[in-house]
Design a protein around this ligand. Structure first.
Ligand SMILES: Cc1ncc(COP(=O)(O)O)c(C=O)c1O
Length: 453
């Protein structure tokens, strides 16, 4: 007669066995039904006896589970993996300028460290920096913000996240036109709100029209996101197009987030205008977002900023005081230098080089059969439509959309670009021209050859 302990043990074993058989075919399925039952039983027994307590599957919040890794980061990682294996990959995935941070900015950071500026500062950033940002916005953008209406964040990405957290509640809707930067829908979701996606296309240059905007506004609409110059589209809204959007918003309670991080990287006769400068109404309803990553090639320094209505900036400041505290102290002093005198020449050198590469890239892309590309007017991306190749089989790979296209191109021709699907445009792919002309030529030669098979 077995004792009580072993009878309980036996009953539990039978239970898990029955459960395992019922769940056959689940994600835990190992080599064969038998081994599945056996393995589960062993794991169960070990857990009950306390041997595998630390192997328990840990809880991850629903919120975190629902956020995928950024598609741009995923493609870069795979390209890096191949490079590490010795494969000669041409990378068009970069979201960072390939220039070094100008020396005068680095020197300011070194001076700051030597001066002992290594402690906490005010959570929203040192007042000298907030003042110089307010000056910049007044002189260059025609925006009259006080320094208190400016907060320095830990990168533009943080500005976006914090703005969403400060403004949105569950049930709120945010109007987001395709193509959009991958981070926007995720930060909207993380704030419990809903992204109302508006599809654009080639016919409007991938820009939302006033009629589309008007039709999308409901009593739940809390926010409209505008990103010009645009990532991934490489297009820029004209001042007239922005004015027409501002007109639609008059009389509504819709807040605009104007992400102007590529402001200085514009080409040809493109004119940049800050949304908030269009009218008093636009000024009062806009959060202007900008940062140092793209203009000064400072992606690793993590510096962004937001300017706008005082109550929202204060709310962001309260959140920031608990989330991160201040941006890195000596980086803030380097940012003060970045906005100073020598900046114009350094920016122009980079801008002119991007212009040359962007033109070359779009000309070459348009020369490839089944590829259609509008010349970039801003940022450093081409966003060609490659959908004419969907439905083909290339070297055994079925190309049904941008994900297959990017995957097969990387694996077969060793060219890394970013699929358009995560930006809301499956017909397109994104190629960054933040790499040398030599790399661009090599990568486009490969792309052309691959598609001509
Ligand atoms: C449209 C847009 N906004 C904001 C950012 C944020 O840049 P960072 O966090 O480096 O300042 C990026 C970066 O890729 C971007 O493309």
């Amino acid at each position: 007669m077995p004792d009580l302990r072993s009878r309980i043990f036996r009953a539990k074993y039978e239970n898990i066995r029955a459960l395992s058989i019922k769940n056959r075919g689940s994600a835990n399925f190992l080599d064969s039904p038998g081994s599945f039952v056996f393995n589960n039983a062993v794991v169960y027994v070990k857990r009950r006896l306390g041997f595998e307590r630390n192997k328990r599957k840990m809880k991850v919040s629903k919120r975190a589970q629902e956020v995928p890794t950024s598609a741009t980061i995923a493609v870069t990682s795979r390209a890096q993996e191949l490079k590490a294996q010795g494969v000669d990959v041409v990378g068009f995935g970069a979201g960072a300028p390939d220039f070094d941070t100008p020396d005068y900015i680095k020197e300011a950071a070194i001076e700051s460290l030597k001066a002992g500026q290594t402690k906490y500062t005010a959570a929203a950033g040192v007042i000298e920096l907030r003042k110089i940002i307010a000056d910049k916005l007044r002189k260059e953008n025609g925006l009259n913000y006080t320094p208190e209406q400016v907060i320095v964040n830990i990168g533009g990405k943080h500005s976006v996240y914090e703005a969403m957290q400060a403004v949105l509640d569950p049930g709120d809707e945010v109007i987001l036109a395709t193509p959009y930067w991958v981070t926007y829908p995720e930060t909207i979701k993380l704030a419990g709100a809903t992204a109302k996606i508006i599809e654009t296309g080639k016919s409007t240059g991938y820009k939302i029209t006033p009629a589309q905007l008007e039709a999308a506004i409901t009593d739940k609409t809390t926010m409209l996101l505008i990103n010009s110059p645009n990532n991934p589209g490489g297009f820029t809204y004209t001042p007239d197009e922005l004015k027409a959007i501002a007109k639609v918003l008059e009389g509504t309670n819709v807040l605009v987030i104007s992400d102007e991080i590529y402001e200085k990287l514009i080409y040809g006769d493109t004119k940049f205008v800050s949304f908030a400068s269009l009218s008093e109404d636009a000024f009062n309803r806009t959060l202007t977002l900008n940062g140092f990553s793209k203009t000064y090639s400072m992606t690793g320094w993590r510096l962004g900023y937001t300017a706008g209505p005082l109550e929202i900036i204060k709310a962001m400041g309260r959140l920031q005081s608990h989330m991160t505290s201040n941006p890195v102290t000596f980086c803030q002093y380097a940012a003060i230098a970045a906005l100073g005198e020598p900046s114009a020449a350094a920016i122009e050198q980079m801008r002119a080089e991007f212009e040359r590469r962007g033109k070359y890239m779009s000309d070459r892309l348009n020369g490839i059969e089944g590829v259609e590309c509008t010349e970039a007017t801003g940022a450093f991306y081409c966003f060609p439509d490659v959908s004419a190749h969907y439905g083909r089989n290339i070297n055994g790979a079925n190309i049904t959309g941008s994900m297959d296209f990017a995957k097969a191109l990387l694996e077969q021709a060793n060219v890394a670009l970013v699929p358009g699907l995560p930006f809301g445009c499956d017909n397109n792919v994104r190629l960054s021209f933040a790499c040398s002309l030599e790399q661009i030529t090599k990568g486009l030669d490969r792309l052309q050859e691959w598609l001509s098979q």
